[in-house]
Design a protein around this ligand. Structure first.
Ligand SMILES: [Zn+2]
Length: 444
């Protein structure tokens, strides 16, 4: 078989794989857009194959590469079967991604990416295509971890992942780099690699850091550990994305961050200098979130009535528990405030996103629903028995879920399990979608 014959065969194989995906139980309409974009891309490759000569081995290789790239996207269709992830959470995330990651052309019109949602065996992930081979729509895919499919309270961690993708966009990314990144780098240990190297070797660094550096030096005799620019930048990215998630989802993000990450960091100061230090020590990330919450004023309870207030305080104590060394504070309050302002500017400009604290009354109602083992929504009847519909933001549902999960000892003697509380919150998000549709119809 000649290389060109092989190429033609591969093109047929990819086409078959694409048509086979039609048997899957798709999610709502956006999956069809995704499918159409895959078809468009395949057509372009097939057209190019028609004019590819037998002797042009480099062109043949380029088309084969395009086909294999396309088959990766096609394989993702199979992983987006309904029921494998929280559909209402995924829909909310899709809307956020479409506004934050949209491309604006020179004429000012914006093209949102085609957001595809899958469930996967790994952790929370969002991937965003840098360029589109069809020059039309870019793909973004959001992967939910399959084992956590019911754990909506942890899904706010997607806020961090959205930050990573937003950093690389022209619109939101430019503000993040100009305002937020520059605030973090304006002075102190994040300002350059030499400053971070000095910080790691500082006398006040925790014993664990000193041990890690000694271990590094034992493995590399005569070499003192130096931070390099690449890793420092990836640490800065991680800090920005933590702030991004926090300001997007509020205190529920901080709870999920601690709940999900602290068990995997028995040594909170570990940063793997000898291998691949892409992430800063967990303790530094936790400190940044705790400080930011204080500056944002989210460290005080919203509710005033007993016993919900005690339950909320219990959650806030959990979020604010911080016994790490003073050395973990890398930014001044002024630097952190400028960074917060920059992220809030992104949210104000792109889709009016961002956490706004609930009222005492509505948060109390949401938590009391969970106390009654009901989904946390606000559904009441008016004097004539007519339903009073109110829109509850996703982050308020999550906050109520966390208050119940960590503060239930103040609310009940027979608490729901963490999984059950999560499932009720997931149910609430679904009901909330129906309420939002009903409110929209009423307004028309
Ligand atoms: Zn990250």
């Amino acid at each position: 078989m000649t290389p060109l014959e092989f190429l033609k065969q591969q093109s047929g194989n990819v086409e078959r794989a694409l048509s086979e995906t039609l048997r899957y139980d798709y999610g709502p309409s956006p999956t069809r857009e995704y499918y159409r974009e895959c078809c468009d891309r395949l057509e372009r490759i097939k057209e190019a194959i028609k004019t590819t000569r037998e002797s042009d081995l480099y062109k043949i290789q380029a088309r084969l590469d395009e086909l294999s790239g396309l088959s990766v996207w096609i394989s993702l269709i199979e992983r987006s079967r309904l029921g494998e992830f929280s559909w209402p959470f995924a829909e909310a995330l899709r809307k956020m991604a479409e506004t934050l990651l949209a491309d604006t052309n020179l004429l000012g019109s914006s093209t949102p990416p085609i957001v595809h949602i899958v469930s996967d065996g790994e952790g929370y992930l969002i991937h965003y295509e840098g360029t589109s081979p069809s020059s039309k729509n870019k793909f973004a895919f959001i992967a939910f971890p399959k084992p956590l499919k019911h754990h909506v309270l942890l899904h706010s961690l997607f806020g961090h992942e959205l930050g990573h993708t937003a950093l690389h966009t022209v619109g939101a990314g430019t503000i993040l780099q100009k305002k937020v990144m520059s605030a973090l780098q304006s002075h102190g240990p994040l300002s350059n690699a030499a400053a971070m190297t000095a910080w790691l070797h500082d006398n006040n660094a925790p014993q664990e850091i000193k041990i890690e550096l000694r271990q590094y030096e034992a493995l590399n005799p005569g070499v003192t550990y130096r931070m390099n620019d690449f890793y420092l930048l990836s640490w800065i990215d991680e800090f920005i994305c933590d702030l991004f998630g926090l300001i997007l989802f509020g205190p529920g993000f901080a709870a999920a961050h601690k709940f999900y990450l602290s068990p995997t960091h028995p040594n909170p100061y570990e940063f793997a200098p000898a291998t691949d230090p892409t992430h800063p020590p967990y303790a530094m990330r936790d400190r940044l979130i705790v400080k930011a919450i204080q500056l944002l004023g989210w460290d005080k309870p919203v509710t005033s009535q007993s016993p919900v207030r005690q339950a909320e305080q219990e959650l806030l104590n959990y979020i604010h528990h911080d016994s790490f060394a003073a050395w973990c504070t890398l930014l001044s309050d002024a630097q952190l405030q400028t960074a917060i302002d920059g992220i809030q500017e992104v949210f104000a400009r792109y889709g009016q996103l961002g956490y706004v604290a609930p009222t005492d009354n509505s948060l109390t109602k949401l938590v009391l629903q969970l106390q009654k083992r009901l989904p946390p929504i606000i559904a009441e009847l008016g004097p004539l028995g007519e339903p009073i519909l109110s829109d509850t933001s996703i982050s308020h549902t999550l906050y109520a879920g966390w208050i119940y999960s960590l503060g239930h000892k103040h609310l009940t003697t027979e608490p729901l399990s963490f999984l059950q509380a999560n499932m009720l919150c997931d149910q609430a998000l679904l009901q909330q979608r129906a309420i939002a549709i009903a409110i929209l119809k009423k307004m028309k």
